[in-house]
Every structure is written in structure tokens, then in C-alpha cells.
Design a protein around this ligand. Sequence first.
Ligand code: 13P
Length: 335
Amino acid sequence: MEKNTLQETALALASADRGILAMDESIPTCNRRFRKLAIPETEEKRRQWRELIATTPDLAEHIAGAILFDETIRQHTGDGRRIVDVLTEAGIIPGIKVDLRAHDLALHPGEKITDGLDGLRDRLGEYRSMGARFTKWRAVITIGEGIPSSGCIESNAHALARFAALSQEAGMVPVVEPEMLLEGTHTMERCLEVGERVLRELYRQLAGQRVLLEGTVLKTSMVLPALDCPKQQTIAEEADATVRCLMRTVPAAVPVVAFLSGGQPPELAAARLSAINERWRATAPWALSFSFARAIQQPAMEAWKGEEENRDAAQHALMQAACDCFMARRGEYAG
Ligand code: 13P
């Protein structure tokens, strides 16, 4: 394991106020988003969509890294270049999602465990040889009546730590992603309490597996009230709760915290990230960055609609959303 390389790559993923673009939707998830816009659910359309993103002019001004899905890292552009090479040549670090999705956790109704550790060492070796320099594993935590259980938190944190160790062994920076889902009626205070439990256990497990924290990125949720919670909060209150949760649990050795968007409308995700940075950028020990999928891609996909003639408009929308996130990193997103 090249400690310096891991550390440099982790820092590079948040360099120059840029962030990460997640374009690693699994085939079913990508198809679901296509279906809503009547885009054909084919491998060729998914390839065209990922090519459109990777070839957006000047995307690297705002995006430092892009997370790919297994299908995409094997695909080529229409003129025969590997998509992973297009990104690298543009100055965007390619990464790869390596988990095999969340499945029901046995004897824990309503809770999930992420699979994918079996055979992971071999898969990581292949991805590294294909040009990936970082990896991602997502754990899903549902907040509800009596959940998450300690069994769910511990098993997901353990899997994240096993993944992170294997990834560093293979020379790639692990993006460890515990996602606290926004669905439900829970309050912001409850989200804060669950976030603390999850992150505390995650860093206990990462230490147990000897993971070099300087060579990791934490990708997690902002601390927010659930979508159907009757008591909503101000953006400033959400920003403070989010950073309080991190301050209590995430070691200062971690270089980057990159938030996921979790289905928030793009403008709101940018406004929340901007408030976090405006209030905490000067004092937080980690870069407060983004690793958004929907909040960057959605407006562009709506502009594209699967039609080649809409390509320029879609790339323009993608660039605009990425620029909003870049401004939010500086605490300067004005809406
Ligand atoms: P969203 O930003 O759409 O939540 O996606 C981030 C992601 O990569 C989920 O794993």
C-alpha cells in the first residue's frame, strides 16, 4: 500500500474547491431514472448518457473525481476511446463502485446490509488495472420506529471497514458511504442521534481493520429532518447539526467529507452545502465537499431526454449544476 499515493489521491478528490460526481447508478437504478423520462432502458442509451457526461467540456473545472459503475468502466465512446481514459485525460480521477447493492438483513425487518466482500480482492485488482484510483461502498441505514438496530449498524460498519482495508491494499482510496435515508417522519434531532451512532461505530471498525484514515474519504448524509417530518428546520440549523455530528465522531485525520444528495432538489442541496461551508469552512478539520449523483445529473438528464439533438443543452445543464456545487464548496452559492 502506497501511503503517500492514497493520501494524495484523497486530497486531490477535493482539490481546488471541486468535488465528486457520482455516475455509478446500477443498471436497475439508471433504468428507473430513464423510465421517468421515457428514455429507452438499453445498454446503448446508458453508454450514451455516460459518454455525454464524460465529454462535457471543462467539467474538470468543478469536478475532481467521477465514480463509475462496472458497466461504464468497460464502455467506450462513439469514437472508440475508453470512458475511463476520457475522464483521466480531462483531469478527472476515475473511481468505481464496488459493492453489490444493499439486501435485506436477515432477522432485521426493514433493515439492509450491503453485499460484495466475496471475491472483492480480485475485482479490485481488475479495476485498478483498468485505471480506477478510488472506490466506493454504500451502506444504507433506514431510520424508523426502533431502527436502526445495533446489529444493522455494526454489520454495515464492519463491511465498510473490510472494504476500505481491501481497497487500500489494492492502492485505491476507499470512499466509505454510510447513507442515512431521508424517507420517513423522523426529526433532525433523531437524524443527528443516528448519525452519531453510525459514524462512531464506523470509525471504531475502520481502526480495527487498520485503515489509514488519511487515505479515505467519508461520503455521508447531511443531518436533516425526514422528508415527511412536520417540523422542518432552517438551512443554518441543518448546517450546524450536520457539522456537530461530524465534529463528535469523525477524526481530524480524515481529509474529506463529501456529502451525498440523497434525493434533495439540486438547488436545495447546493444551498445546504453552501451554508455548511459559509459557517464551518474556516474551522472544520476536513474539506466539506460533495459527491452528488442526482443533484448534479437530474437537470441534465431532463434536458437530454435520450435525444442526440439535446446533447449540448444537457451538457450545459450538467456544467451549471456542477458549478453550483463548486460555488457551494466556497460557501458562495447564491441560488
Ligand atoms: P445521490 O447524490 O443521488 O444521493 O447519490 C449519491 C450516491 O452515490 C449514492 O450512493
